[in-house]
Design a protein around this ligand. Structure first.
Ligand code: ZN
Length: 409
């Protein structure tokens, strides 16, 4: 006989069924759903549109001392596209199989977390909990396409500044083991375009100062660095992808015809810089590689998302301190996890999330999606989350949220 489903799970499945899929997310239905959630929770709710048609749903549970810096629980409402032919079930049906695995786009990334925050707060409120600090929940649009019309715009507004956010939680991803992963930083995307000018001429000669020779040196420098980083990752079992810098040659341009030495050849690289190297140090490396490659070799950065390239000269501007005893927010978070009996693995997120915008304005932020014993399926076909793991996540937040919201500093 089918067991009665927990209302939190039903709520989660209903959220999955709203097609907030890029490139045309149904934000209108999503906003309506979330407004209903706010009502159920008894939270204040406002809808902010920095860009028309891209709603940010902001809920607020006022604390006993609203002057204290607040706690922000962030999640995004949009999900990445699907290829339904590769799915076992309709990706927007939230199908639950006999094991309790719920299939759907957004089950891991990251509608689970949005609902877990809400369900944990509903539970705590029902139990009569009061919080010292104000708690805000932000449901952001467009994270999956870079957050430009979402978080990047939002943090510039007076509405955001008035939230006085002291600490934020945002997304992480699943861990297939017993442990849970927490992310304290992320890599920066740099798209580097290098131009190698040279002496043009006939293809039969040994001309000096050719574009091809310079291009060769540039490619060697970037790809040698790539090999070193790849090796580092392979040899050190403690390192993860986010701890090293990845480099990929993704563009090559130039040439007129076979027997003509061109006046210019260009190459483009996709680089993901780990915060322990940092953009500034990496840019210094690019400068020296271009100089070594020959005369007049220049570089530029293409299409860098606002906020992703730091002007800051801080040593590690994109990292939230996760050393014990040095950051009270971290201490509170890790204590809550200990109280829940869960083991954490600290990592740097290998790609970009909305967290980067928060960290840029000096808000400490952790990426955490409480899913253990779950394969990492964000952006994959057949993304699923088991209902027991989901419910355990709600329970974990019922400890984490009050510990952070009642932090006295
Ligand atoms: Zn996500």
């Amino acid at each position: 006989m089918a067991q009665i489903e927990h209302p939190a799970v039903t709520n989660f499945r209903n959220y999955i069924r709203i097609k907030t899929v890029q490139p045309n997310p149904d934000y209108a239905s999503c906003t309506k759903f979330l407004e209903g959630q706010a009502k159920e929770l008894g939270a204040d709710c406002q809808v902010v549109e920095c860009v028309p048609g891209k709603p940010i749903v902001l809920m607020t549970v006022v604390g006993q001392d609203p002057d204290l810096p607040s706690l922000l629980l962030n999640s995004h409402t949009d999900v990445v596209p699907v290829f339904p032919e590769h799915w076992k079930y309709d990706p927007f049906s939230a199908h639950k199989d006999e094991k309790g695995d719920i299939y759907g786009r957004g089950t891991q990334d990251m509608k689970c977390v949005g609902i877990q925050y809400l369900e944990a707060l509903k539970y705590l409120k029902k139990e009569g909990h009061k919080f010292l600090r104000t708690i805000h929940l932000s449901f952001m649009p467009d994270e999956e396409i870079g957050g430009i019309d979402g978080m990047a715009e939002f943090i510039e507004t007076d509405i955001f500044k008035k939230l006085k956010v002291g600490f934020a939680l945002d997304e992480g991803y699943a861990n297939p083991t017993e442990k849970y992963t927490v992310f304290y930083g992320e890599r920066t995307v740099l798209w580097v375009y290098v131009k190698c000018p040279g002496q043009p001429g006939h293809g039969s000669q040994f001309l000096p100062n050719t574009a091809g020779e310079k291009l060769q040196r540039v490619i060697n420098s970037f790809l040698n660095f790539r090999s070193q980083q790849k090796q580092l990752l392979k040899e050190d079992k403690d390192l993860n992808l986010g701890d090293v810098t990845s480099v990929n040659l993704t563009m090559l341009q130039g040439g007129v015809q076979f027997n003509v030495v061109p006046s210019e050849l260009c190459v483009g690289f996709d680089v993901r810089v780990t915060p322990t190297i940092g953009e500034n140090k990496f840019e210094d490396m690019i400068k020296s590689w271009c100089k070594e490659a020959g005369d007049d070799v220049t570089y530029e950065f293409k299409h860098i998302a606002p906020g992703s390239h730091s002007e800051s000269k801080d040593e590690y501007p994109n990292l939230t301190c996760v050393e014990d005893g040095k950051n009270p927010w971290w201490d509170a978070f890790s204590q809550a996890c200990k109280d829940e009996g869960i083991k954490l693995v600290k990592q740097i997120f290998p790609a970009a999330t909305d967290c980067r915008f928060l960290r840029k304005v000096n808000i400490p932020a952790l990426g955490f999606s409480p899913m253990n014993k779950t394969p990492i399926l964000l952006h994959h076909h057949n993304e699923f989350l088991n209902e027991k793991i989901f419910m355990r996540g709600v329970e974990i937040y019922t400890t984490i949220i009050p510990t952070l919201a009642n932090l006295k500093i």
